[in-house]
Design a binder for this molecule. Structure first.
Ligand code: ZN
Ligand code: ZN
Length: 277
């Protein structure tokens, strides 16, 4: 199996997580590829949890050095927060450094931190669930159209705290903009991940919902990855085989792997078979 969403100490919300420990645990689990995707947040209230721009070369070289000691394929990546207007700044940072894989994220919708319980509460108080979804996917689509990213992280993150307010979202509530986002993905050759942290956060399912997978596959989206969104070694590899099976049930036969930001498709069936050896 592969884990394509892992935070280490340069993410300030994962300061105890060390690359060598992740590798040790990954070797024990039979993980074959590990993508380190530390936070890059260039503006807004969460810049403090981001890697600092000047630390990026050292971060990448730490991963390259660790590669000499393991057979697991290590990827130097980022989880980049997308903000409309930041495109050129992000393009410069991504262009200056030798990354393998870039996740794009939207944790904020028009200035609201939907990953914050208190902000999410007021966000949902003023909107129907469908309005909230449409608003989120409008920003998400802009992130896709920026062409800056390889894969979009946790596709329906907008519902992270919904269950705290006694509400839930089913696929029928997702509105219409999500379908435009699928078209944008196909047009830009960009994909999305199945992120198992959604289930750990108590939302009852991974990000995204299974019906999202089916619809994305029908729309022709090709690049898909799986990731645990680990901030400590304890969750590395969390439920990723199950996530791969969900992709397969939705019709995907292949998953994407990356190197130098180039996509190679691999068989999900083969990956699952090897994992069970
Ligand atoms: Zn995230
Ligand atoms: Zn993350």
């Amino acid at each position: 199996m592969i884990d394509y969403h892992v935070h280490e100490r340069h993410s300030r919300d994962a300061i105890l997580a060390r690359i060598p420990e992740y590798i040790k645990v990954a070797e024990g689990q039979g993980i074959t590829e590990l993508a380190f995707t530390t936070h890059l947040i260039t503006i807004g209230p969460d810049v403090d949890i981001s890697i600092r721009e000047e630390e990026i070369p050292e971060y990448i070289s730490e991963i390259r050095t660790a590669q000499d000691e393991t057979r697991i394929k290590l990827l130097a990546g980022l989880e980049v927060d997308y903000f409309p207007g930041e495109e050129r700044h992000l393009e410069a940072i991504l262009g200056e450094n030798n990354f393998d894989f870039i996740l794009g994220s939207t944790h904020y919708i028009n200035g609201v931190d939907i990953g914050s319980r208190s902000q999410a509460e007021s966000y949902f108080a003023n909107r129907s669930i469908t309005e909230a979804a449409d608003e989120y996917f409008r920003v998400w689509k802009r992130a896709i159209e920026s062409g800056l990213f390889d894969v979009m992280a946790h596709p329906d993150y907008w519902r992270k705290y919904l269950h705290f307010f006694g509400r839930s979202a089913s696929w029928g509530d997702y509105g219409s903009v999500v379908f435009d986002a699928f078209d944008a993905m196909v047009g830009n050759g960009i994909g999305f991940e199945v992120n198992t942290a959604g289930e750990r956060a108590g939302s009852g399912s991974y990000y995204p919902l299974q019906e999202f997978l089916v619809a994305a596959h029908e729309a022709g989206v090709k690049a898909v990855t799986v990731g645990s969104d680990s901030h400590t070694v304890g969750t590395l590899g969390y439920h990723l085989e199950d996530a791969a099976r969900q992709l397969r049930r939705a019709g995907f036969t292949q998953m994407s792997t990356f190197r130098d930001r180039k996509n190679t498709q691999v068989s999900i069936g083969e990956m699952l078979k090897r994992t069970h050896k």
